[in-house]
Every structure is written in C-alpha cells, then in structure tokens.
Write a protein that binds this ligand. Structure first.
Ligand SMILES: C[S@@+](CC[C@H](N)C(=O)[O-])C[C@H]1O[C@@H](n2cnc3c(N)ncnc32)[C@H](O)[C@@H]1O
Length: 240
C-alpha cells in the first residue's frame, strides 16, 4: 500500500467532509482565494503562455478561481485521490485544455511523472502532508519543472517556531471557527473538535514557515516571501 493510500485522504468520506466544511474551518479561505487570484492577475494574466500545475488539487477550486479571470490558461491538476479528481472533473467540465493526473506527491518524486514545464505551480493545503525531507524534494522538483520567470505559490498550514506561539495560533483558529459559527447561526459543538483532529492526525506534518522559505531560497527560488499569514495559515512562494 502506498503512503497516500494509508492516509485519511484515500477515504471518500474524509474528502467529502472537507469539501462540505472547508469554508467554515479554513481560516479566511475566501480571502486566500482572492489574494491568490490577485497574484494570478498581476503576474500571469498578461503572459502569452500560462501553463498551470495545481498540486493536491482537491475538487479543483484553485484552478477554477483562475479560470474565472482567464479561460485561456491550460492546467494540469494532480491529486492522489480518485474521488477528489472526479469532483475536480465535474467542477471543470466544459473548460478546455485541462488535464488530470492521479498521482501522490511521493509517486511524482519517485517516478518522475511530470514531463512538462509550467509557468505557475500552485498548491493549497496539501504539502503539509509531507515530511520536511519530502517537502524539499518536491520543491526541487517544482523548481525543475518551472519555466524561467515562472512562479510557485503554496497556501498551507505551518508549525509555529515556538510552542507558546503554536498555542496562541490554535486559539486564534478556534476564535475564527467560533466567529463563523456565530455568523452562520450554527449551534452546538459542531466543528469544536477540528483543531484537536488536526493536531492528532498523523498525516499532518507541518514545518515552520522559516524552514520552508529557507528551503526555497537554498534551491534557487528568487523573490521568496510570505504573501499572507494568519496564525498557522500562510501563503508563500517564489519565482524561478
Ligand atoms: C485539504 S485538501 C485541499 C484541496 C484543494 N487544494 C483546496 O485547497 O481545497 C488536500 C488535498 O491534497 C491531496 N493530498 C493529500 N496528500 C497527498 C499526497 N501525498 N499526494 C497527492 N495528493 C495529496 C488530498 O487528496 C486532497 O485532495
């Protein structure tokens, strides 16, 4: 059994739960998507060639956001979950130049599955499932399949550099969920165990933002920066 198939994401009910509830428990998800779209419009929209790679695409929400502002792009969506890819195919039905690949990040690294180059590699809330060693290997892989001038952007959860901050970030996250619940009129203890589930889930292997930015710079990425941060939720990347 592969590493991915042992993870919760291989279970259809787990990915369904994420699709149903992500807007409630992913901090500022809609804001993150707006920032990502702004980045795309600023750096990619006017380029002649726009080949996008969406790693851990889930139901295709990220690529769909780009398509809302630019339907001339071509995109390759990769995910280890057949179920997620089916949802992505459903969501993106009717758009041209979209390719889907069922592969885990581990398979990408081992079997060199990506044979094309891209202008924008994006990933959202997926790379934290890799160890730091695997993250570095994936970042190198991303760098090698980016065209010169191309960008990499990762939206992801990170580990705080010290425990005190990690505790506060978890409180901040809980406050966000409580605020959403109040706003949507959700009563009871629904979503109250999300943070415990996140911490207990062995599939989550977040590393510090500093380590990840440092790894990108060491690999050769330029203009490396954190574009957004709210507790453990971040958006960071760089350029080849
Ligand atoms: C939290 S969801 C995010 C989906 C989408 N990017 C979004 O922002 O809504 C994480 C996605 O990463 C995929 N994933 C998790 N671990 C993976 C791995 N090792 N290789 C490939 N895909 C993986 C899951 O199947 C799932 O679709």
């Amino acid at each position: 059994m592969t590493e991915f198939n042992r993870s919760n994401w291989a279970k259809a009910e787990f990915s369904q739960e994420y699709r149903d509830n992500a807007d409630i428990y992913i901090v500022e998800r809609r804001r993150l998507l707006e920032i990502l779209k702004s980045f795309y419009k600023h750096f990619l929209c006017n380029k002649q060639q726009k080949k996008v790679l969406d790693l851990g695409c889930g139901d295709g929400i990220i690529t769909h956001e780009f398509l809302k502002v630019d339907d001339f792009l071509s995109a390759t969506l990769v995910d280890g979950s057949e179920d997620m890819l089916d949802k992505a195919k459903e969501r993106l039905r009717g758009f041209k130049n979209i390719q889907f690949i069922k592969a885990s990040f581990q398979e990408i690294l081992e079997k060199k599955i990506l044979h094309q180059t891209f202008d924008f590699v994006v990933s959202s809330l997926a790379i934290h499932h890799l160890t730091m060693k695997e993250k570095i290997a994936l970042f190198k892989n991303i760098y090698s399949c980016l065209n010169v001038g191309g960008h990499f952007m990762n939206i992801d959860v990170i580990l705080a550099p010290v425990e005190n901050l990690e505790h506060w970030y978890m409180t901040l996250w809980k406050e966000w969920i409580d605020e959403r619940k109040a706003l949507l009129g959700i009563a009871g203890d629904l979503y109250d165990d999300i943070i415990r589930r996140y911490k207990d889930n062995k599939d989550n292997k977040p590393d510090t933002l500093g380590d990840q930015l440092g790894a990108l710079k060491k690999i050769g990425f330029k203009d490396v920066d954190c574009f957004y941060k709210y507790g453990v939720f971040t958006m960071y990347g760089g350029k080849k």
